[in-house]
Design a protein around this ligand. Structure first.
Ligand SMILES: [Zn+2]
Length: 384
């Protein structure tokens, strides 16, 4: 008999701010920021990429403790089989099975390991003590002592930002997993623009770049994965939709709402000001390099796309995604240029270091951090 664990699954498509949301939730006592757990096997165990704490994953004492509770070997095999079972071309079958009330992803012996993994994460992956004072990313490794984790308080929620809806469906069918779905949505013109940026998989020292799909492909994937998320979970009572744009406009209010959704009292929130957050390192696996940011970080809308996305690309993405644009409350027409089109090369997923402070004071991005979104008459309301 496995113990039941609450999993908050961030579902949707890529570049929607899930790393930021996960890292922030991981600062609250009731939550564990596990990161993109579907990549634990390949990027974590096979490739030994960095944990959120900065150590190579196989050297992280916390994940070592987790994996002691999840016996078995052959992470490459688990990764390959999981990849095969979650392929996009299996989506029609998955949705048909879901309609019929069958497990959406047919079972496999590997699922026994997954079923043990999440309770083990809840048990061992705790919050890393916050640094005494705000520190830069270079201090992240040292600020986290190699302590042996204690058993967590009961009722801890594991935040999994894997996003891929079929993986979420698979989790929901695991014994012992109590699944809550946070559907994180971002304007597809912004995500298409974000995908075109060159970005290294694990920060500056990594020689591998994240994939850069063309805008039409980014738009179609946005449409497919958001529509699938709606089909699988909307209206189930275990579904909450949050727009990235609303999150960055009111991080504290949105975090409190998410905590309420999973029945957690968030306690004191880690926001020194309405648009900054204090981040301690987490032990999140995979995810974008922004997860290594620590200290006081600005939460600002990344609106470079509003002026920088070429006209043709805007038209292509809008044409391919318009049914859901309306439903999610995004404008069809290009928003007016944001009030401060400041260069955002250094920002990732909506965060930027706030250490310097002066140029990113609250008055520089006042009540209109979303640029045109919030000022457009089309943008009001969540839709659906
Ligand atoms: Zn770690």
């Amino acid at each position: 008999m496995v113990s039941r664990v609450r999993v908050l699954y961030l579902a949707g498509s890529g570049r929607s701010g899930s790393t930021l949301v996960t890292t922030i939730l991981g600062q609250l006592p009731g939550f564990v920021a596990a990161g993109e757990v579907r990549y634990l096997w390949r990027r974590g165990l096979v490739e030994n990429r960095p944990c959120g704490c900065g150590r190579p994953l196989r050297s992280c004492p916390v994940w070592t403790a987790v994996l002691r509770d999840v016996p078995g070997s052959d992470p490459a095999g688990v990764a390959a089989r999981l990849g095969g079972r979650l392929r996009i071309r299996r989506l029609p079958v998955l949705l048909r099975r879901h309609r019929r009330g069958q497990p959406s992803v047919p079972g496999h012996p590997d699922d026994a390991r997954l079923a043990r993994l999440y309770p083990a994460i809840a048990r061992h992956v705790g919050a890393v003590p916050a640094p005494a004072e705000p520190s830069g990313p270079s201090a992240a490794g040292e600020s986290e002592p190699a302590r042996v984790p204690n058993p967590p308080p009961a009722g801890r929620v594991v935040v999994d930002s894997s996003k891929l809806p079929p993986y979420g469906a698979l989790l929901g069918d695991l014994p012992g997993v109590d699944l809550y779905v946070l559907h994180l949505v971002r304007d597809p013109r912004a995500t298409a623009f974000s995908w075109r940026r060159r970005r290294r998989l694990d920060g500056d020292l990594d020689d591998r770049l994240m994939s850069r799909p063309p805008v039409w492909k980014a738009a179609l994937l946005w449409l497919v994965w958001n529509a699938t998320t709606l089909r699988l979970w909307a209206g189930t009572g275990r579904y909450l939709r949050v727009r990235y744009e609303d999150f960055v406009a009111d991080p504290a209010g949105t975090v409190a709402r998410i905590a309420g959704f999973v029945g957690v009292d968030p306690g004191e929130l880690p926001f020194p000001t309405p648009d900054t957050v204090r981040l301690a390192p987490t032990h999140s696996v995979a995810g974008n390099p922004a997860r290594h940011r620590t200290g006081v970080v600005s939460v600002v809308a990344d609106n470079e796309w509003v002026t920088a996305l070429p006209r043709w690309a805007y038209a292509v993405v809008t044409a391919l995604t318009w049914p859901l644009l309306r439903r999610f409350g995004y404008p069809i027409r290009r928003p007016a240029p944001p009030f401060t089109a400041r260069p955002t090369r250094a920002t990732t997923a909506g965060t930027s270091p706030a250490g310097g402070g002066s140029e990113t004071g609250p008055r520089d991005h006042p009540a209109t951090p979303l640029g045109g979104h919030r000022t457009s008459p089309d943008a009001h309301g969540q839709g659906g």
